[in-house]
Design a protein around this ligand. Structure first.
Ligand code: BDR
Ligand code: CA
Length: 309
């Protein structure tokens, strides 16, 4: 299996991404989970990660990372994710605790001690990853790739041009995109197409306990989506895992992408060079399309697997 570290801020869709990965131990070996302030403050989202793991009995080490972006104050996603950062299902308290180490030292140790290269899966602001590769640039060589959820070539969701994960910490995102590590970007171009519809959420809620819990997460999560004019609920973060499991479900383009950190209208925008003769070689595989039906089947089958455990 591919060894991965998931760097997240659960977050409804982060929780679903974790579950999707957990359902495929023969393909993905989760070496650890790190958390970062994003959808809610660090303590809340760390607790959410532990609750999700506890719910499915997965004793995976969780390390707390950065509480705030590299510069300035944290902007949370409370409007979408609620006061807890993962409102909806009444999950029992977690039986697990975070490890003592902070996220950067924790990732460093996993990467250094591993014989194989590690794949990073960030589904949150990129603060932890930027801190890691800035403090220990030598680890870049031992990172296979970064499959991240963030950005969007066509539009944003916090501002017209910026997507939440990049908007929260554009400086960190720029460091990551310009690091030279191969990136696979699940941005809004693809994640908005990976939307789940109301009748599918109803179907989930007629199944086993993990599917029901995910259905309850999505009930809450779709309230904000509807308010913002969306029909389905975009499964943003699960795309970053689904690509690792089934890249053939996605359409993509290889492009040079970096992040605007200054623009008045464009701070936090992922900017791709789509000219015929780009100035730099491609650093990112940008996912642009997905077979939605196959993606949903993957999700349903994966949750079914967890239900039967
Ligand atoms: C991203 O922002 C967060 O609210 C979600 O968890 C996802 O990672 C979508 O823009
Ligand atoms: Ca997230």
């Amino acid at each position: 299996p591919t060894p991965i570290i998931i760097d997240c801020d659960p977050g409804h869709d982060d929780a679903i991404a974790i579950l999707l990965a957990l359902a495929h131990p023969e393909q993905l070996e989760i070496r650890g989970i790190t958390t970062v302030g994003g959808n809610q403050i660090l303590d809340k989202i760390t607790d959410n990660a532990l609750k999700v793991l506890s719910f499915v009995n997965a004793d995976i080490p969780v390390a707390k990372g950065a509480a705030a972006p590299l510069l300035g104050k944290l902007v949370t996603g409370e409007q979408a994710h609620g006061e807890s950062g993962m409102d909806g299902p009444a999950l029992p308290a977690s039986r697990f605790k975070p490890v003592e180490q902070g996220a950067v030292e924790f990732m460093l140790e996993i990467i250094r001690s591993s014989e194989e290269k590690i794949t990073l899966v960030p589904t949150a602001p990129l603060t932890n990853i930027a801190l890691l590769i800035t403090a220990y640039p030598e680890v870049k060589e031992k990172i296979e790739k970064i499959s991240l959820m963030g950005g969007g070539l066509a539009y944003g969701n916090v501002t017209t041009t910026a997507e939440f994960n990049i908007y929260v910490d554009p400086e960190a995102a720029r460091i990551v995109f310009e690091s030279g590590i191969p990136i696979v970007m699940s941005g809004l171009d693809v994640t908005d197409k990976a939307a789940i519809f109301e009748e599918e959420i109803l179907e989930l809620k007629s199944r086993g306990p993990v599917s029901v819990m995910v259905g309850e997460l999505l009930d809450f999560y779709s309230i904000y989506g509807k308010k913002m004019g969306y029909v389905g609920s975009a499964l943003h973060d699960p795309c970053a895992i689904a690509w690792l499991l089934h890249p053939e479900l996605f359409e993509s383009e290889h492009l040079y992408v970096t992040v605007e950190t200054e623009g008045k209208l464009t701070r936090g925008m992922t900017v791709a060079d789509r000219r015929k003769k780009p100035e730099h070689p491609a650093n990112t595989e940008v996912l642009l399309g997905v077979d939605r039906e196959a993606f949903m089947k993957l999700l349903f089958d994966s949750l079914d697997r967890l239900d039967r455990e």
